[in-house]
Design a binder for this molecule. Structure first.
Ligand SMILES: Nc1ncnc2c1ncn2[C@@H]1O[C@H](COP(=O)(O)OP(=O)(O)OP(=O)(O)O)[C@@H](O)[C@H]1O
Ligand SMILES: [Mg+2]
Length: 412
């Protein structure tokens, strides 16, 4: 049998791999095209792709062609030997003796599957081995230099495709999360607005009558202290209700072109004492010059005060709060990171932190982040959180650079 591949076949395979990226960005589809076409190109029985999972150091099965479910259900496959060999040699490895080669983890099962020989091609991107493309043959055979060269070409093209498709999938899941969060919060917001509206009127009545009574109550009477507490606590409720209403229908931002660094400075000024009294170190890295943004200064200040206060409160004794402003790599947003070396957020709290009234603090109202979220949304921005329990937390606020400015920046 003539085992040489003509240029047209290879061209078609590479074309198919690229097309699978344009037609559908899902990694699985790209990989399935790759395994099937590579096996067909070399007249092989079957092929599979395993991608390295850096967390477990296992080679996770991502696509297979021509192999039985029984064989594929064998797992897990550890990467050590295979990957070190591929990294060191960074070329195709031919496994002729499947029973005595440590790179084959399930030789008996492979034999039962009719496999007599294997060929591993590294899938590398910028010198990092992402995984392997393993092709299985039912009888031993030799390979021409040309065949091996073409296989490397396919694996290289596939690696770029995998890398790009993985980034797209990551972004999609980030957007899905954001959409879910927005939907959940708007439902909660509507409910909260309804309740707040209902409570607002009776509260105004209580405040009016209790304040009047307090004014008339004798200084040294038995009722004075009780009345003072009623007024104080009603005022506290009023503040909470106002914040809730602010979140559910935040007033349209009175947007003016403003340098966000100035707003950050003002928020920091308000919290100077908090930092000093708790011996918390502040690190400030404000990028200068930052493009001006269309923002409501007061609302923006409220965001930074909320995030900074949370950061301060997360640190029990000593620690550092860092605030950083910069232009995002795609130059479309100004981003502000507020990070702390505090207690961190447990993973099961993460989905709840933006919900109204979620608080783990004795005196917290649980509205700080809810209000922050509402304001960021109104400004067309996004807010992201990452946290490691006992290590710290980072909130990132992204705010869009007005499009005219953005184009001017890009032209520079
Ligand atoms: N930087 C942080 N580190 C650790 N936990 C945090 C941080 N920021 C927020 N959280 C968690 O999210 C919860 C909600 O925060 P949010 O600011 O909405 O309310 P709060 O701070 O409890 O009360 P307040 O309404 O007074 O701000 C907090 O109670 C805390 O559990
Ligand atoms: Mg707070």
């Amino acid at each position: 049998m003539d085992q040489r591949i003509d240029f047209e076949t290879l061209y078609n395979i590479l074309g198919d791999i690229s097309a699978s990226l344009h037609s559908d960005a899902h990694v699985k589809d790209v990989l399935e095209t790759m395994v099937m076409k590579s096996a067909q190109m070399l007249n092989a029985k079957c092929a599979l792709i395993r991608i390295l999972n850096p967390k477990t150091n296992q080679l996770d099965l991502r696509a297979a062609y021509g192999l039985s479910d029984h064989y594929l259900s064998k797992g897990p496959v550890f990467s050590e030997k295979i990957i070190t060999d591929l990294c060191q040699q960074n070329r195709i490895i031919i496994i002729r003796d499947i029973f005595n080669d440590p790179r084959v983890q399930y030789p008996k099962e492979a034999w039962a599957e009719g496999i007599r020989m294997m060929l591993d091609a590294p899938i590398t991107f910028k010198n990092n081995v992402l995984g392997i493309l393993r092709i299985h043959f039912t009888e031993p055979r030799d390979f021409s230099e040309e065949e091996l060269h073409y296989l490397i070409l396919i694996a290289e093209r596939g690696a770029a495709v995998i890398q790009r498709a993985q980034i797209i999938e990551m972004q999609e899941s980030r957007y899905d999360q954001l959409a879910l969060q927005t939907e959940k919060l708007s439902a909660l917001g509507r409910m909260a607005a309804g309740i707040a509206h209902e409570i607002n009127n009776p509260l105004a009545g209580i405040l009016l009558y209790s304040s009047n009574l307090l004014k008339k109550a004798p200084k040294e009477g038995p009722f004075r202290e009780g009345l003072e507490i009623i007024v104080q606590e009603t005022l506290r409720c009023k503040t909470i209700i106002q914040e809730l209403l602010e979140f559910s229908r935040p007033s349209e931002p009175k947007a003016v072109m403003t340098n966000v660094n100035h707003v950050i400075e003002k928020a920091l000024h308000l919290l100077e004492n908090e930092f000093r009294l708790r011996y918390i170190r502040l690190e400030k890295h404000l990028f200068d010059p930052l493009p001006d943004l269309l923002i409501d200064e007061n609302q923006m200040k409220q965001i930074f005060v909320n995030l900074l206060l949370n950061a301060i409160q997360a640190i029990e004794e000593q620690g550092t709060v860092t605030i950083r402003s910069y232009v995002s790599p795609d130059r479309k947003n100004v981003a502000i990171d507020v990070s702390d070396t505090g207690c961190g957020i447990p993973p099961d709290h993460m989905p709840k932190i933006f919900e109204p009234f979620f608080s783990t603090k004795a005196k917290g109202t649980g509205l700080g982040l809810t209000v922050t979220y509402g304001i960021v949304q109104k400004h067309g921005g996004h807010i992201y959180t990452s946290s490691q329990p006992k290590q710290g937390t980072q909130f990132t606020v992204e705010l869009p650079i007005p499009s005219g400015l953005h184009q001017r920046e890009m032209r520079r």
